[in-house]
Design a protein around this ligand. Structure first.
Ligand code: GDP
Length: 440
């Protein structure tokens, strides 16, 4: 029968209607999928490391890197060539040359990985929030060269670590980078390991979920292959890629109602509107009717792709491109949520959350970030201060919440946005992160 607002005759051919997608998924021999974000202080070497990783895995070829190196040498910055591997790819994306989220993807024998958000973006923190909200793990890059580490730990390393933990990422790989610059000093590595593990535990990471790997992103040591530098022989542990492969991705909410956050909107010859994004929960298949929030408009899935290949269905944890029919592009925006029209996500303009304070909290204007969505809002009131461990109410209606305390707060937004309990949101003010936590 017709679904309100949609005529069945406009639907695509029901090629794969009524598939039991979860059964199909179980029977498919698809590779394990995992996504991660790369965080750390500016200049720690994030882009260089990811460029080198893609080169060593054969995702980009030496010719491309040589071409970039030539261009970089021409402007006197030859060391930038590897970092440009990622930049070049994100610029291509911005121009719409490549349209899918698969640009920063690579595969090993067991796992298909997605590097969420290209590090080095201008709007880095909002990008990182979006990335971290979908990440299974994080790679924290620390600059081991003398002096740089200490300033990094005080600066962005701290904010980034707090943010990713607040967004629900529990597994963290710490790449202690630029060890070539300190002669592969084991002492330096151990010193950093001690300090950073203490700091990460205090941030809420469990010791068993923290792994340290000494690397040189520039030379590719201990990324894909073990370092052959005799000075690095003291390290007998795994490479970064081995550690990524050995990490268990978060449990996928396969049986929950469909939720997919739109990360890109574009037009293709196959459809009026195509969107890409990750399925946060549930599943979908070709021919399905979908609801897009907050517009409340419906559309059909005309066809879809996962990892660049046309497929009949997609499940939670996968990144998909959906070619939609029956929808005007004005109703579809980056950050919107696609859901099951029979079990839709609600749009709210007031919500209560359990917030970890990064700064002093009181009734104040804030920007509310949930994944890629952000909206202007205001902390209306502080309902209670909570015990950090038990969550029990310590004090009712406090005037203020101090940094590093947990408070239940009520936030009001300027407009209605799709929100539901269990989502993680970040509050920012004047370019600073002031709080992060869970919607109740
Ligand atoms: P990002 O801001 O964290 O993305 O840092 P970049 O990747 O742009 O690197 C910053 C600078 O550090 C560049 O000049 C790189 O060439 C240099 N760099 C990065 N990794 C290494 C490394 O492992 N060893 C050395 N010696 N230099 C590195």
């Amino acid at each position: 029968s017709d679904i309100k607002g949609l005529k069945l005759e406009d639907a695509p051919l029901p090629k794969s209607r009524n598939l039991d997608v979860l059964l199909e998924f179980e029977n498919s021999k698809s590779k394990k999928t995992a996504s991660f974000v790369v965080v750390g202080h500016v200049d720690a070497g994030k882009s260089t490391m990811m460029g080198r990783l893609l080169l060593d895995l054969g995702v980009v070829d030496q010719r491309t890197v040589d071409k970039l190196r030539q261009e970089a040498t021409n402007i006197g910055k030859s060391s930038f060539a590897l970092a440009w591997v990622l930049d070049q790819r994100s610029e291509e994306r911005a121009r719409g040359v490549t349209i899918d989220i698969a640009t920063n993807r690579f595969e090993t024998d067991t796992t298909a990985f997605t590097i969420l958000d290209a590090p080095g973006h201008r709007d880095f923190i909002p990008n990182m929030i979006a990335g971290a909200s979908q990440a299974d793990f994080a790679i924290l890059v620390i600059d081991a060269s003398t002096g740089a580490f200490e300033s990094g730990l005080k600066g962005q390393t701290r904010e980034h670590s707090l943010l990713i933990r607040s967004m629900g990422v529990s597994r963290i790989l710490v790449a202690v980078n630029k060890l070539d610059m300190v002669g592969w000093s084991q002492e330096r590595f151990d010193e950093i390991k001690n300090q950073v593990s203490g700091f990460l535990s205090a941030t809420g990471f469990q010791v068993k979920n923290i792994t340290f790997i000494p690397v040189s992103g520039l030379h590719g040591d201990n990324l894909v292959r073990k370092s052959t530098d005799p000075a690095a022989a003291w390290y007998t542990g795994a490479t970064l890629v081995d550690e990524l492969e050995n990490s268990e991705p978060s449990v996928r909410a396969l049986a929950k109602p469909l939720r997919m956050t739109i990360s890109e909107v574009f037009r293709t010859p196959q459809s009026q509107v195509s969107v890409s994004g990750r399925l946060d929960a549930g599943s979908l298949q070709m021919g399905d009717a979908l609801l897009i929030q907050p517009s409340g408009e419906k559309a059909y899935v005309k066809s879809l792709q996962v990892d660049e290949a046309p497929v009949d269905w997609a499940v939670a944890g996968q990144n998909a491109v959906l070619h939609l029919s029956n929808i005007d592009p004005i109703h579809v925006r980056v950050g919107d949520i696609i859901c099951d029209p029979t079990k839709p996500i609600q749009c709210l303009d007031t919500f209560s959350m359990k917030a970890l304070a990064f700064e002093f909290l009181m009734p104040m204007q804030v920007d509310v970030h949930r994944g890629r969505m952000h909206a202007a809002g205001r902390i209306e009131e502080l309902t209670a201060l909570l015990d950090k461990v038990t969550g029990a109410v310590v004090k009712k209606k406090p005037k203020i919440a101090k940094p590093a305390t947990v408070a239940r707060i009520v936030v009001k937004l300027g407009s209605k946005v799709p929100l539901e309990a269990g989502q993680r949101v970040v509050l920012r003010s004047g370019g600073e992160t002031v709080a992060a936590g869970l919607l109740e």
